[in-house]
Design a protein around this ligand. Structure first.
Ligand SMILES: Nc1ncnc2c1ncn2[C@@H]1O[C@H](COP(=O)(O)OP(=O)(O)OP(=O)(O)O)[C@@H](O)[C@H]1O
Ligand SMILES: [Mg+2]
Length: 458
């Protein structure tokens, strides 16, 4: 009578039910732990929570690569990973070229959870789309004890800043322009409150130089730098590259909101706190509002500075405060410095999660290879060529056909040396707003605490 229960056609349904219940159990266990932590805050259930999260912290330490066609559900998986990291108290930076992910994190996730206070304190919203925009002065460096330490920070950070301009300013800078900008940035960083406007103002002829800048150039602590500004900076050969630099940098000020943000001498992003306080950095600079070039510039600048300051971290701090960088549509920000980050940042407690739609998408071969070096691969439905490559990467024979026919929310995942496994994200698991339910969600939206915090973020 019950022969149909063993019919092969029904096996996929069993599988689906099993995966759903598995995820459901994890989810409710995690919630129970959260509730226990609220009532008994002295109990550290961190380890248990990590065990129960779908993808553990240990695995994530080898960087994560998410690949899949448009509509495969990658952003939803990324959202889940971000959420896990926020809940676990890790530092997080989210780069999203379209801004939808950031909106979701701000309006749904943070408001929809049971105890938002502890997480909201850590949020730093870099909003370049609001009026007025957030003050972002990427030249503001953390205070130093003495001049020597300051010079050390300046020489460590300047190459990262130069790289950001090299990658994003179009047309590309020549070698002499790059050299000039390097020296100018080094000089400007010695000002008590430097900002991008100072860089532009220093790129003028000798007779147009105003008194504060003249004083700066004569009082530079580094003798080689002082010598350069006395002997070479105002020569005819440097004048040409200065002019080209001036026109390129001043074009950044064409966008009114960005100008306001870059002109300010203050910055809401304090790199001395980002890592030590495990801050949640949300960068809202979508391509739709700011244009491709500016959005890329801002993303690259923030990433470069994070990488630069991360390399200066103490190993102990790196262990205690892991920091996760999440990049949706990572080809928009991909550059050789991210490749360096994938290779080296792990030792300094910084880990990447990079999402893209296909292999080799607007990337050089080296960048592509670096992504394949990640320890954790999550692959959704792809095109045939990528499926063939990724089947090999995941170490499973004849997987390509299955990769081609995955549905939205279904992925294959390989964590390092472990066997490849199938994961299906039910929508409810991926989006806590639905779990919370409309009534409860509305209750949280009305919560006074949330409203206050939302105002503070504005
Ligand atoms: N697990 C899931 N169950 C059901 N629906 C899902 C699931 N994950 C995502 N979706 C839905 O699929 C659609 C596409 O999801 P998502 O935006 O994550 O795709 P994507 O892979 O990031 O696409 P793109 O590359 O274009 O950004 C969304 O409408 C989302 O609600
Ligand atoms: Mg997406």
């Amino acid at each position: 009578m019950l022969w149909f229960l063993f019919c092969p056609r029904i096996f996929p349904i069993y599988y689906r039910l099993l995966s759903l219940s598995y995820v459901g159990i994890l989810q409710s266990a995690n919630r129970t732990l959260q509730a226990i932590e609220v009532f008994l805050p002295f109990l550290s259930l961190h380890f248990l929570k990590q065990l129960l999260s779908p993808i553990g912290y240990r695995v994530r330490r080898g960087h994560c690569h998410i690949l899949g066609k448009t509509g495969a559900g990658k952003s939803v998986v990324l959202e889940q990973l971000i959420w896990n990291d926020i809940e676990n108290g890790y530092g997080v930076a989210v780069f999203d070229p379209h801004g939808q992910l950031i909106e979701k994190i701000l309006h749904f996730k943070l408001l929809g959870i049971s105890h938002p206070r502890q997480h909201f304190k850590r949020v730093v919203l870099l909003d370049f789309e609001s009026d007025p925009p957030s003050a972002f002065n990427f030249l503001k460096i953390p205070p130093s004890k003495n001049n020597e330490q300051k010079s050390q920070i300046i020489s460590a950070i300047t190459p990262f800043l130069i790289e950001a301009f090299q990658i994003t300013l179009k047309p590309e800078m020549s070698d002499s322009m790059r050299h000039t900008l390097f020296k100018v940035l080094q000089a400007v960083l010695h000002l008590p409150k430097p900002c991008l406007m100072d860089v532009v103002q220093l790129l003028v002829r000798r007779d147009q130089l105003t008194t504060p800048y003249q004083q700066l150039l004569t009082a530079l602590p580094n003798p080689m730098l002082r010598h350069y500004f006395q002997k070479h900076y105002f020569s005819n050969t440097t004048e040409r590259s200065k002019e080209a630099l001036y026109s390129r940098l001043s074009s950044l000020f064409a966008h009114q909101q960005l100008e306001e943000s870059l002109r300010s001498t203050d910055s809401i992003l304090d790199f001395s706190k980002v890592f030590s306080q495990s801050q949640i950095v949300l960068i809202k600079a979508s391509q739709g509002r700011l244009g491709e070039e500016l959005s890329r510039l801002i993303g690259t600048l923030v990433h470069q500075l994070l990488l630069g300051f991360c390399f200066r971290r103490h190993p102990q701090e790196a262990l205690c405060h892991p920091f996760f960088i999440h990049m949706d549509e990572c080809h928009n920000f991909m550059n050789l410095k991210i490749v360096k980050g994938i290779a080296e940042a792990r030792k300094f407690g910084m880990f990447y999660t990079l999402v893209r739609q296909r292999l080799g998408q607007e990337m050089t071969k080296e960048e592509d290879k670096a992504l394949r070096d990640c320890n954790l691969h999550i692959v959704g439905k792809t095109n045939y060529e990528d499926a063939k490559v990724m089947a090999k990467e995941l170490g499973v024979k004849h997987l390509e056909r299955r990769l081609l026919h995955l549905r939205t929310g279904q992925f294959f995942m390989r964590q390092g040396e472990r066997r490849c496994q199938f994961i299906a994200f039910p929508k409810t698991f991926a989006m806590p707003v639905n779990q919370v339910g409309k009534k409860r969600h509305r209750k949280y939206m009305l919560n006074k605490e949330c409203q206050k915090l939302q105002q503070r973020l504005k």
